[in-house]
Design a binder for this molecule. Sequence first.
Ligand code: ZN
Length: 438
Amino acid sequence: MVIDGNPNAGSITETFSLEYLRMYYGKLFPYTDMFQWMSYGNDGKHPGCDLSFFGRREFSFTLDNDIYLRFQSFSNLAEMENSIKEKCPFKIDIGPVYSVDPAKRHAYSQGGNSVFAPVERELVFDIDITDYDDVRYCCSGADVCLNCWPLMTAAIKVMDVSLRDDFGFNHILWVYSGRRGIHCWVCDGRARRLTNEQRTAVANYFHVYKGGENSLKKISFTGAALHPFLTRSYTDVLRVIFEEKLLCSQDLFASEERYQKILELIPDETLVTELHEKWSGNKRSTTLNNDRWDHLKHTLQSGKQKVQGLRRCVEEIVFSYTYPRLDMEVSKSMNHLLKAPFCVHPKTGRVCIPIDPNNCDDFDPTSVPSLSELLEELNAAGLKAEFENVSEIEKTSLGKSIKFFRSSFLHPLLKSCKEELERSHNAKLQQSKNSLNW
Ligand SMILES: [Zn+2]
């Protein structure tokens, strides 16, 4: 079997094209999984479910030649699937669930009635590696490689643990954005119903790195002790990633220009001069980065330096180079759109696949399935008998991602949605029973 409409099956060379995308939406995009996720149990199977729920969700499409369609909505799975297949969007964004069907918002707003408002939305986080350009030397802009990707791994580890342990959330999905960063979707009912003020408070909890300001120092720890969240992040994640990965992979101390940037974070001129003098005479060696870092730590942490202002300096340096840098605006308000998982990034042709936070060290953005590879795999699988009773997606390397999405995220989520529906339905039944008794 050969992919329909592909005249050169077997010689797929481009990274991305409208034609490939059409085939992807035709054969691989996981419509049912996306519909089940976005329905949160409101799919008609439970007497307590809200049948209007999915239809009040905003989707937005970015089409070929940058035409942007906001406030798309679908009353069911088939409608969503048909619309995506027909319009073939380069990008699908997911917005909030509104009080009324967003496609009919104008009808509801007539007569000055403003009933159209967001009522639910996943708590989302967006972390973009371009925001780390001052601390990575291997790539810049939208490029990523295995030397700088640990910065994203650090962000996943720090935030995932905190969202679960500090906030008690369970249904968390991490997704590769297809090019230069990661997205996080927190989908517990409690998270979806947070107000904008509460979202801002959660985002501020994580807002340690104050980038974009004039002061050289973006992170400053004062007070006797670090917040337990910061101590845990430092000990379990950031220090390890800094010392075992970034220190050498980014050659952080290899040139005067680079170590000067670190020395600028030390607010003691005498010490800075001492370190600078020592290093400027040094010849290049294979352990240069480690030697200089050890030297810096020793100098800052030796007995006589344990004074206020310097005691946290080593931690401040590590945080400055590794702590997650959030795009705060994305998390603060319900209205913010975020790209849907399983979209394909038009620049890289790579699919926005989920990342397993428990194995995120193994995630390699440079080997994420691309559109052309997937179509090659489909072509190849079509010729093999063993794939006869296997779904299209499972014939490709995307199969692993969809299995992970279902087992680790979707199925546990739907189970808890069902329980929540059950509880509120029973409570309503009980309430009406009680009122009848009166
Ligand atoms: Zn890089």
